[in-house]
Design a protein around this ligand. Structure first.
Ligand code: URA
Length: 192
């Protein structure tokens, strides 16, 4: 791992900036490769992520893998995955503003070190963090926004939302995700 990322991860491991440090088993820093052009920002670690110290390892993560695989992207080789906060909120509640604020410097530093070309903003909580004045996720998903360090950012549905919505009919959340991932792959393939 890049030295700066190692230092940052070590800092997170010792972090006591909010009360989530008292209940965490592990911090969940990231997965994937550090020179990836594609970064995905999720919400917060859940039960399994906290146990394993890795993002998106539960059911939502398995669906995320399938979504990337559908267009020939591999989570291990092509995508750097992290979350808006690095520690699990008890009972998987939404992160509180003070928790997001306390953790923000780590997310900003990950973006600064990696300088990804494409940032996928996964779900409502990540959208609120990254584009606070955007309308709801259903309105802005699939749209490109200008991101930090000349990146392009796209909000996408969270896989947990897709797990609760089974339909694949035209216009359904799963169908919309399929359109979005195809568009993302098209832009990804054209990156220099
Ligand atoms: N959901 C998220 O948003 N992030 C994870 O790491 C796991 C589930």
């Amino acid at each position: 791992m890049n030295n700066k990322l190692i230092e940052l991860k070590n800092k997170c491991e010792k972090c006591e900036k909010c009360s989530l440090c008292k209940t965490r088993t592990n911090i969940v820093f990231s997965s994937g490769i550090e020179n990836s052009k594609l970064m995905l920002i999720g919400e917060a670690p859940g039960y399994w992520e906290d146990k394993k110290g890795e993002p998106f390892v539960g059911k939502a993560g398995q669906l995320l893998d399938k979504i990337f695989n559908c267009v020939g992207l591999s989570r291990e080789k092509d995508v750097y995955i992290c979350n808006t906060i690095k520690c699990r909120p008890p009972e998987n509640r939404n992160p509180l503003p003070e928790e997001k604020n306390a953790c923000r410097e780590y997310l900003d530093a990950q973006i600064e070190i990696l300088k990804p070309k494409i940032i996928l903003i996964c779900g409502r909580v990540a959208l609120n963090s990254m584009i606070p004045d955007a309308s709801g996720i259903t309105k802005v998903r699939g749209k490109w926004f200008d991101g930090p360090y000349n990146s392009k950012m796209m909000p996408i549905f969270h896989p947990s939302y897709l797990l609760r919505n089974d339909s694949r009919e035209v216009g359904s959340p799963k169908w919309l995700m399929w359109q979005d991932i195809k568009e993302i792959k098209k832009v990804y393939d054209n990156l220099i």
